[in-house]
Design a protein. Structure first.
Length: 434
């Protein structure tokens, strides 16, 4: 039976995602009402510039440049926060909940930095806080982690959670070109912002790792404690080396439990991924996340990870969930599971690809190998490479921790036969995707 009292919704921000959310609320009202059990009424859209023309057929009276006044009205049921950044998004989300509104957000930076505060505020005021769209866009990932796998023990997560970097690296693989050209193409096609720093430096992926850790491992990790490497230093030579090894370069986000500890390791970095790994064939701006659980085993979540239309799907899914709960008289979602703090933990042991530029590969091999072995770095295979008049040794190491490898490479760089700084990149093998 339809509840005739409409649920009032306010939207903060009308960028790429916000525009699609407003459009769907305007065009799909009857369908949404049928799923919710009550009509949905859009009562306000907060933007910086109300005079800017937008491709939306909505009542001009809905636009406002005073988001705080909008969320403090007291008669709003759900506030959809799509501003990005941490401020004023944090203050507005808190004010909305203090005035009785549930909050739906796609803001990974906000949730990574202020997740505990927002969850506590939602619990105190008996309102919902939902943020499925904050990680992996349209891919339904967070709710399965929180609910479907709530009775299992998740041991590891490895994924591609940033569409911009995946598009850039995919184009480098396809064309054989460099980073700058691929990034320029990503901007031209709308897959990257004019300032892509958060994406290409791994900040976006690190924020998503924090959110995933809170749901999968019930562990609070500050964003600054995530080991982070971006893709700005990935070269066409790295991509070519990966191809020669039957691999492809991806920016991967890895969360895993430390061996023999309750702490978790969070890291974001480029890796040469084996072609047989489930993440290797993730193309363009898509996302994919492999979750390994003790009982359920490996589960792969994959789909559109960016873009206004796909992301709006996840936002509206959360809106429908929060609205249904209002109609049924449920005040607030279940409280967040107990979350413990964790300190930064040293990185795990990994195999690495090393490229060591040398003056003469035949004579340098023994010296380079000896220094690596004496530094505690085991060597698996060695190849000689020559490109553009430059000789190099390409080595695959055995499992090595970051500190040991870094010290050994400093010693290698000091050898007279080494002509430039060695390069290293982690390997992600097929058996790590089982």
């Amino acid at each position: 039976m339809m509840n005739t009292a409409p649920l009032k919704v306010a939207v903060l921000g009308c960028g790429v995602v916000g525009t699609e959310v407003v459009r769907r609320l305007h065009t799909s009202g009857p369908a949404l009402a049928g799923r919710i059990g009550a009509p949905v009424e859009l009562v306000g859209i907060a933007v910086r510039d109300t005079r800017r023309r937008r491709d939306l057929d909505v009542d001009p009276g809905l636009w406002t440049d005073d988001p705080l006044a909008l969320v403090k009205r007291g008669d709003i049921d759900i506030v959809v926060e799509l501003l990005g950044g941490t401020e004023p998004a944090r203050a507005l989300a808190v004010a909305a909940m203090e005035h009785g509104a549930g909050v739906v957000s796609a803001n990974k930076a906000l949730l990574a930095e202020h997740g505990p505060l927002l969850h506590e505020t939602a619990a105190v005021h008996g309102v919902d806080l939902l943020y499925e769209a904050s990680v992996a866009g349209a891919v339904p990932l967070l709710r399965p982690l929180r609910d479907s796998l709530g009775g299992d023990r998740i041991t590891r997560i490895v994924g591609i959670v940033n569409g911009t970097t995946n598009y850039v690296l995919d184009r480098m693989t396809e064309t054989g070109g460099g980073f700058a050209a691929a990034l320029h193409e990503a901007v031209d096609h709308g897959y990257a912002e004019a300032d892509p720093t958060a994406d290409v430096e791994g900040l976006d992926a690190a924020a998503k790792a924090v959110i995933l850790a809170s749901l999968a491992f019930h562990t609070r990790v500050p964003p600054t404690a995530v080991h982070r490497e971006g893709i700005t230093e990935v070269t066409a030579v790295d991509v070519a080396d990966a191809r020669d090894l039957g691999r492809v370069v991806k920016l991967v986000t890895v969360l895993e439990r430390a061996v023999g500890q309750d702490d978790v390791l969070l890291r974001v970095h480029p890796a040469m991924v084996a072609r047989a790994h489930p993440l290797a064939d993730v193309r363009g701006a898509d996302n994919a996340v492999l979750v390994e659980a003790a009982d359920a085993g490996p589960l792969l979540f994959r789909g559109a990870g960016a873009g206004g239309v796909p992301t709006s799907s996840a936002v509206l899914g959360d809106l429908v969930t929060a609205a249904r709960r209002r109609v049924l008289g449920h005040r607030g979602a279940a409280p967040q599971a107990a979350v413990k703090q964790t300190a930064s933990v040293a990185g795990p042991r990994s195999r690495h690809h090393l490229r060591v530029p040398v003056t003469d590969a035949a004579t340098a091999l023994d010296d380079v190998a000896a220094v690596l072995r004496s530094g505690g770095v085991g060597i698996g295979t060695v190849h000689r490479r020559r490109a553009a008049g430059q000789e190099a040794l390409v080595l695959l190491t055995k499992d090595t921790d970051d500190a040991t490898l870094r010290t050994a490479l400093e010693a290698v760089a000091a050898l007279p036969c080494v002509s430039a700084a060695p390069r290293s990149m982690r390997l992600l093998d097929a058996e790590e995707g089982r």
